[in-house]
Design a protein around this ligand. Structure first.
Ligand code: GLV
Length: 309
């Protein structure tokens, strides 16, 4: 089978090497090859150019090389080709580690000591909250969110969740729906957004959302930058000096040098690294799905296209 691979990860070549090994009885092609586009039936992509998608007239299935699928759904030439995204245990373990690092950094006031160290100041001891004294509110309870929620609970945190859709969840945490966002925010000492980029989530974390959060609070965004109104966050921090944010995703990536976030003392920036795509395990995941697809000659999308995730 002819398979197109296109990806903008920094380790795209390692990925390609392993893909070729795993799919050895198939042809893995890149845009550098002399491609007959109409022969491509499967595409494995991260940031495929729209003009290339347009040429893939016989495409039967698209694999996203990450957990997110906005890079596909946002293409104007995307029609209805089924999409399979990566659901990988290693990815959600990394996500959990990232969230935990940001919670502990805030909870143990580690930034205060870093700042003091830079000035050679021996700070007095400070009170820090125990896990059981903190409530973590998770926005988005999908494959990654539910795993993070369960594991934070095991560590003794109070964990609550918020979901837009009222479908049943098999989580053992209190879940808030739709209009109960205010009650959810009132309880949360730390809010973690794992929201995907959709029409509904665009600027969901805005002025009124932030106003409903506690004054002393940490916002962690590891979902998509489009869910946060960046200007509203800057305004909010100006008025609330004990409000902090740890951001891994941004409206524009890489974050432009001129962006006000860089110099804001209350914001920690990480460059979209909370969960990289694990080369080995994700290729195995894709290969297994591909084998199922090959057997039947078709496959149902594991993304609800109209919801955008
Ligand atoms: C990363 O953002 C991903 O969607 O995997």
């Amino acid at each position: 089978m002819n398979i197109l691979y296109h990806c903008t990860f920094s380790n795209q070549n390692d990925f390609l090497k392993l893909l070729k090994k795993k799919f050895k009885s198939h042809k893995i092609l890149t845009l550098d090859d002399n491609i007959q586009f109409e022969k491509i039936e499967v595409a494995l992509v991260w940031n495929l150019p729209d003009k290339i998608l347009k040429k893939l007239k016989n495409l039967k299935i698209i694999f996203s090389l990450g957990a997110g699928v906005d890079h596909i759904l946002n293409l104007s030439n995307y029609k209805k080709t089924p999409i399979i995204r990566i659901q990988d245990q290693n990815m959600r373990s990394r996500m959990l580690n990232h969230v935990l690092s940001q919670i502990l950094n805030y909870q143990l006031k580690l930034n205060d000591y870093s700042k003091a160290q830079a000035k050679k100041i021996w700070l007095d001891e400070r009170y820090t909250s125990l896990n059981k004294e903190l409530t973590i509110g998770l926005l988005g309870l999908g494959y990654i969110g539910s795993f993070v929620a369960n594991n934070l609970k095991v560590l003794g945190y109070n964990v609550i969740g918020y979901k837009n859709s009222v479908n049943k969840s098999n989580l053992s945490i209190p879940v808030y729906y739709k209009n109960s966002i205010k009650s959810f925010l009132k309880l949360s000492d730390i809010v973690v957004s794992i929201l995907p980029a959709t029409k509904q989530t665009k600027d969901f974390i805005n002025k009124s959302f932030l106003k409903n959060m506690k004054k002393n609070c940490l916002l962690i965004n590891i979902g998509r930058g489009s869910a946060l109104s960046e200007l509203d966050l800057l305004e909010h921090i100006k008025k609330n000096p004990n409000f902090f944010a740890s951001l891994d995703v941004f409206k524009m990536e890489p974050l432009p040098k001129s962006h006000k976030f860089w110099k804001n003392q209350n914001i920690i920036i990480t460059p979209h690294v909370a969960a990289i795509t694990d080369v080995d395990s994700s290729i195995n995941y894709i290969f297994n799905k591909f084998e199922q697809f090959k057997k039947k000659g078709k496959m149902k999308s594991d993304v609800i296209i109209k919801n955008g995730y």
